[in-house]
Design a protein around this ligand. Sequence first.
Ligand SMILES: [Cu+2]
Length: 157
Amino acid sequence: MRRSSALSAVSIALLAACAAPPPPRPPAYKPQARYVTVTTVALMVKEDAGVLPFLKKDFAKGGVLDGKEVYGFEPSTITVVAGDTIHFHFVNPEDDEHNFVLRDLFVKLPGQQVVDTTYVSRAPGIYDFACAIPAHLPMMHGQLVVLAPSAVAGTAQ
Ligand SMILES: [Cu+2]
């Protein structure tokens, strides 16, 4: 008798739990337009040897920067959400040409010009981008981080 009452109480508790409404779901993510200005930046180039004399040895044959110059993209990490449209505004203030290469995007960046392009980030993941000019590799690179919509659902974006 006593055991039967305890089982009934447990059964009632289970039924009550089943009848509770499910927790509210966060609103679905709505893809957004993201405006990103990316500037090419000279970090350590041959012209700098006039200011930093030690660079002459680095750029000389057999030096640690033999055949290379160090450039960067600013910013070098771009974070968006899958489905977002990125409106890139590239600024190349230098007299050297660069390019911006993503797995399915190639943008030529002539010296002292700006280039605008649009890119839709389709699948979540971490994607490397780089300038493919051999003298600028592997230093001139960055990453596009594409978050899954579920990663930002319910947050202010
Ligand atoms: Cu470059």
